[in-house]
Design a protein around this ligand. Structure first.
Ligand SMILES: C[S@@+](CC[C@H](N)C(=O)[O-])C[C@H]1O[C@@H](n2cnc3c(N)ncnc32)[C@H](O)[C@@H]1O
Length: 240
């Protein structure tokens, strides 16, 4: 794996302190179902995410210019697509998201483009075989345990054309402690609030860069580059 001496967080100690304080504040609250979480916050969503504007721009810069067909997992309202369509107005995009309200906002912005969307779970959805030049995902895949992610990464690998690129922008844990702590709280909350295994909840369980890239390697990606990290969003570029 190639890394450009990436700093996942500017200040790891401060980040962990703030995280622990926040976990204390939410200690008694039950987790929200994924789609309902985003529907409830739809009006302030893009403003809330604006801290990652430079990361969306960088993400679009890293997308190979010859990507004719792009599969976007967890496209939401399409903040990454805003930047990608600026660079490549004719890009052909297929977006998958669980939340119809998010997709409606995306269609309001980009319905005139070569854009198709489906409201579905990308863990279940059939992406096809050797079909896409690029698969992209921004801030969506940090909600799954490693086993589920392992299956998803294999599916992404199979769906890419040879030489195709998986471009991932996501929340990566700054240290082993962050990964373990969040996973423990996630597991405890699921148990305490009796959340069925089949239900997605909005609770962040990021992996460290080492674990994330390990899963990509296991899936078969030939070259994996941790390209950048901007305001806590890490961009990984994996070539089939
Ligand atoms: C933080 S938003 C990111 C949206 C967009 N990529 C962006 O950066 O603005 C995460 C999105 O992932 C979607 N999502 C989470 N789990 C999903 C799943 N299993 N299948 C499809 N979409 C999912 C959510 O509904 C939500 O719209």
């Amino acid at each position: 794996m190639k890394t450009v001496e990436l700093k996942i967080r500017e200040n790891t100690e401060q980040h962990m302190q703030e995280l622990k304080q926040w976990l204390l504040e939410i200690a008694d609250s039950g987790p929200e179902e994924m789609s309902a979480f985003f529907t409830a916050r739809i009006d302030g969503y893009e403003q809330h995410m604006s801290v990652w504007q430079p990361a969306y721009q960088r993400f679009a810069q890293l997308l190979p210019a010859d990507s004719r067909s792009i599969l976007d997992l967890g496209c939401g309202t399409g903040l990454e697509l805003d930047e990608i369509f600026k660079r490549y107005p004719d890009a052909k995009v297929f977006g998958i998201d669980l939340c119809q309200d998010m997709l409606d906002r995306l269609q309001q912005k980009h319905g005139h483009r070569n854009l198709e969307t489906v409201c579905a779970d990308y863990c279940q959805y059939n992406f096809g075989s050797e079909k896409w030049d690029s698969v992209i995902s921004f801030e969506s895949l940090h909600h799954f345990l490693p086993d589920k992610k392992r299956q998803l990464y294999r599916k992404i690998y199979d769906a890419l054309k040879k030489g195709g690129v998986f471009l991932l922008g996501d929340y990566i844990a700054c240290c082993e402690e962050e990964e373990q702590l969040l996973r423990q709280v996630y597991t405890d909350k699921r148990e305490k609030f009796k959340i069925p295994d089949s239900q997605f909840i909005h609770f962040d369980i990021p992996l460290t860069l080492e674990h994330e890239t390990g899963l990509l390697q296991d899936a078969g990606f030939a070259s994996i580059t941790a390209a950048d990290s901007i305001n806590g969003a890490t961009i990984i570029y994996a070539v089939k």
